[in-house]
Design a protein around this ligand. Structure first.
Ligand SMILES: [Zn+2]
Length: 122
């Protein structure tokens, strides 16, 4: 059995939930419209976008958020439920323990990195 500090993660999840809800409201209130290509240098748009600090960061993050926020929200709610069920931190695919570093970075993770990558490949 693991000794995951579920109180700690519950707090993180509730915090993140507030942020996601606020972000969604913000996006829906003030939709940025179509993304115009000003820089002409967007070939490197990929999963590393969150790691790059460019002037287009905020705008692209908005789009990433809009696409992902509702999924994240569902994932957060599911994670909160799993904390109650006592199954939090277990990979829902193969049932192995999700590494704590991953939960710290992404408290709503339902899959270990390997299973996540497999799923994203589909
Ligand atoms: Zn797994």
């Amino acid at each position: 059995m693991s000794a995951i500090d579920t109180d700690h993660f519950r707090e993180q999840l509730l915090d993140e939930r507030k942020r996601v809800v606020a972000a969604l409201q913000n996006l829906h209130d003030d939709h940025p419209g179509s993304l115009t290509d000003e820089s002409g240098d967007e070939t490197a748009f990929d999963n590393h976008i969150l790691d790059t600090a460019t002037e287009t960061y905020d705008r692209e993050l908005d789009y990433t958020l809009e696409e992902n926020s509702e999924h994240v929200l569902a994932d957060i709610d599911a994670a909160l439920k799993r904390i109650e069920d006592g199954t939090y931190g277990v990979c829902t695919d193969k049932g192995e323990q999700i590494p704590l570093e991953r939960l710290e970075a992404r408290p709503w993770a339902t899959l270990c990195i390997d299973c996540q990558r497999e799923r994203e490949r589909r």
